[in-house]
Design a binder for this molecule. Structure first.
Ligand code: VG1
Ligand code: CO
Length: 545
């Protein structure tokens, strides 16, 4: 064991989902070491765990620097005395799979090497996230403690040891630490088999049902090949971009209609398959498509919640409750009401769902950012959402568009969009948000796009389980007719600032109106209220989802 003197980096505060930076930032000497040692220092301080008796899980989405960072982490984990480290073969583990491994093997926690939906490569992004014993992202109290340790760190521990062979399964050792290279698919596939009726899904494909799954050259390729093609019998070629590549083949692995353009084009063609889906870099997000039909993530959350009980054996006992992040559309609230179960509203980021699920209060949850999941793990889960939709289609015998339209007829429709303004100047964006924050109290009662404002605040969340408070989680303006506008700055970007503007208008009209027409007045009024052009010199967003 060696103790290496070091000095703090000032910029290691975890954001919405772990520490995300340019890859070259992570490649600086001591950067990974400082952060990982700070994680261990923070958790050692808050638990009296004896690391020698504990298991740590490590794996990532296969992006550039994944393998190198993994070897560095193994040396630091060994020097910090962990009894056992489980690593995915080739350093691969999708985010939901890490969560499954931590839970099934009773591990102490895990390190997820990923910048998720951000592009990969030496000139793109890298990230590290710490997950706790329940398999979910560390809550804010832990990430803030990690941050404090990064600011105070004076030394880290490591061992002198060559890189270990992570390319095939087996058991190795680094000093007294056992390193077990595991099959990255095994635990995850077992969880899926427990939840879903694979026989019924096999019959669906045997009956000629056709789908396309775009793995975006990222981590879900091997999972999707195995589950969809090998287990469920979907024809070869169902999975496209199925090989994890260090730069994701130049794709931006954020599964929306802009980035998954090949999939969107094929789903819009004359002979399109019945169903299309994509996942992001680390496999926790999902895009769901029918023939020339896009399912908005808020609708997807609502519809999965609506049908889970009758379509998916894992939820036959019904749902204890549902949850959504604050900016996510209110479609799921109406389903919860019909089901007679509570609906919780949390800040953006999956870490806020963990306590609710651990306490048995919430079964299915989701975010507008193409994230849906359930209490089977403590992360959002892209392939789970795909299998959920397959199950709904198999049970109902309907087309995807029919299922969604039936939902709109029954519940009405939340017309919903997110507008992202990327690459803004950080100071200008902060100034714009803080000006609006100051204005909020005076807005109540005034007119917004022809409708009265009933509430205007900066969302603050008090966790119902541990009472912790997370303030300043997004500015929201609620209107008299149930419409909403929300704005917040992204906590996952690595360059400049990104403004996310979320607009929602509820109408009980069967869902057939043209979405841009319905939302345009809200978008216009929001831009004016923010004084977007004055502060940021822009009107038009980079991406609309
Ligand atoms: C974004 C999304 C948020 C999601 C987070 C992590 O955060 O808005 O809903 O939980 O990414 O997802 P932000 O702060 O940039 O808005 V992933 O798949 O990148 O782990
Ligand atoms: Co992700």
């Amino acid at each position: 064991m060696k103790t290496i003197p070091t000095t703090p980096f000032s910029d290691q505060r975890p954001g919405t989902s772990g520490l995300r930076k340019k890859t070259r930032t992570f490649m600086q000497p001591h950067f990974v070491e400082n952060f990982v040692q700070s994680v261990f220092n923070a958790v050692r301080e808050s638990t009296d765990a004896d690391f020698r008796k504990e298991t740590l899980v490590v794996g990532g989405d296969g992006r550039y620097y994944n393998r190198t960072a993994c070897q560095t982490i193994l040396r630091i984990a060994a020097a910090n005395g962990f009894g056992r480290v489980l690593v995915g073969r080739e350093s691969l583990l999708s985010t939901p799979a890490i969560s499954a491994v931590i839970r099934r093997r009773g591990a102490f926690g895990g390190l997820v090497l990923s910048a998720s939906h951000n592009p990969g490569g030496i000139d793109a992004d890298f990230g590290i996230k710490y997950n706790i014993r329940n398999g979910g992202p560390a809550p804010e109290a832990v990430t803030e403690s990690i941050y404090r340790h990064t600011l105070a760190i004076k030394e880290y521990r490591t061992v002198e040891h060559e890189d270990v062979d992570l390319e095939s399964e087996g058991t190795l050792s680094i000093g007294d630490t056992e390193v077990v290279v595991i099959d990255p698919l095994e635990d995850y596939v077992a969880v899926m088999e427990e939840l879903f009726d694979f026989d019924s899904l096999r019959r669906l494909f045997a009956g000629g049902f056709r789908m396309l799954f775009d793995a975006m050259n990222a981590v879900t390729g091997p999972y999707a090949h195995h589950i969809l093609e090998e287990i469920l019998g979907a024809p070869a070629g169902t999975v496209i971009n199925g090989m994890p590549l260090e730069d994701f083949g130049g794709l931006h692995p954020d599964p929306n209609q802009v980035n998954a353009s090949e999939l969107v084009a094929r789903m819009g063609a004359k002979d399109a398959p019945d169903f299309g889906a994509a996942c992001d870099g680390d496999g926790d997000r999902n895009l769901i498509l029918g023939r020339s039909f896009f399912v908005s993530p808020g609708d997807s959350l609502a519809i999965i919640s609506e049908h889970a009980r009758e379509s998916i054996p894992g939820y036959r006992a019904g749902l204890a409750g549902v949850a959504r992040s604050m900016p996510t559309s209110t479609a799921v609230d109406r389903v919860a009401e019909a089901l007679g179960v509570p609906c919780y509203e949390t800040p953006t980021g999956w870490k806020f769902f963990g306590n609710l699920m651990d306490a048995g209060k919430c079964t299915i949850c989701g975010e507008e950012s193409f994230g849906t999941g359930s209490n089977h793990v403590r992360e959002k889960d892209g392939l789970w959402a795909v299998l959920s939709w397959l199950s709904i289609l198999a049970t109902s015998g309907k087309s995807l568009a029919d299922v969604v339209e039936q939902h709109w007829r029954r519940f009405g429709r939340s017309y919903y969009q997110r507008h992202d303004y990327e690459g803004l100047k950080v100071d200008a964006a902060n100034e714009m948000i803080s000006r609006l924050r100051d204005k909020l109290p005076s807005l109540v009662g005034s007119d917004f796009a022809g409708v009265q404002i009933t509430k205007a605040d900066d969302f603050s969340y008090t966790d119902p389980i541990d009472g912790s408070v997370s303030a300043r989680q997004g500015l929201r303006i609620l209107l008299n007719d149930g419409s909403r506008v929300v704005c917040r700055l992204s906590g996952t970007g690595t360059e400049g600032a990104t403004l996310r503007l979320y607009v929602e208008r509820y109408r009980n009209d069967g869902g057939a109106a043209e979405i841009n027409t319905v939302l345009a007045p809200l978008v216009q009024a929001a831009r004016e209220l923010l004084e977007l052009r004055k502060h940021c010199g822009r009107d038009e967003p980079n991406v609309i989802t």
